[in-house]
Design a protein around this ligand. Sequence first.
Ligand code: IPD
Ligand code: CA
Ligand code: CA
Length: 261
Amino acid sequence: MEKEYLEIATLAAKKAGQFLLKNLGQVNTIEYKGITNLVSDMDKEAEEIIVSILLENYPQHQILAEERPNQGPASEFKWIIDPLDGTTNYVHGYPCFAVSIALAIREEIMVGVVYDPLLDEVFSSQKGGGAFLNQKPIKVSETRRLISSLVATGFSYDIITQDDNSLIYFNHMVKHAQGIRRNGSAALELCYVAAGRLDGFWEHKLSPWDMAAGSLMVTEAGGRVTTFTGNLFSIYGDEILTTNGNIHEEMIQIFRQNQPV
Ligand code: IPD
Ligand code: CA
Ligand code: CA
């Protein structure tokens, strides 16, 4: 059955992704959820494409999607959807964005798909079944030390107004890693950890739809996912630290030693 869920999720992610690609550079309306937090008509239309495919196939399932209030009856089956991860990039024509869809059954993430339409890359995973890029198995990198690692992060939209932010971690991490990136799509960055393109990724204050599919991808590719201090990760929590496993403790030390005051 999970195979069928994965197939439907992949179909929906590809349809939405191709729609976004076709309309790149043609955003009509932009609304502001915060000073820098945008939502475009394309986010909403892509979400519509995904939700209609999922509900057509599974009318009883619950939908948790970024651009709409929690929809449908409470169900043990919950689809967690980011129709466009990387909206700021998309609106600026910066080529880095993705569609992210996960299915949680009784709050456990069982299926995840992230689709990058620009590179035509489908990242997919099933709990206990491994992680794949365009159907080929992927695994995390083998890099052993942070100083040899390429890591990534992002910043929540409220960084403009809140002092309690993760800049302090960035300042320290940048001095201990080989390189650091901020791509603007957390879902893709998680998949890049899974595929060994990045050795680690962390971010503060992401939402469930940013992390649900990508976090499963990392664990299924042999990586580790925790909070900044190594505690149990939840998609409803405030912190995500993902690595290839080897550099996890070294990164945790940096978080422990540099707590914001
Ligand atoms: C954002 C992206 C970005 C991250 C932000 C997210 P959105 O999602 O994943 O990389 O730094 O925290 O909110 O708004 O483009 O779907
Ligand atoms: Ca997002
Ligand atoms: Ca989004």
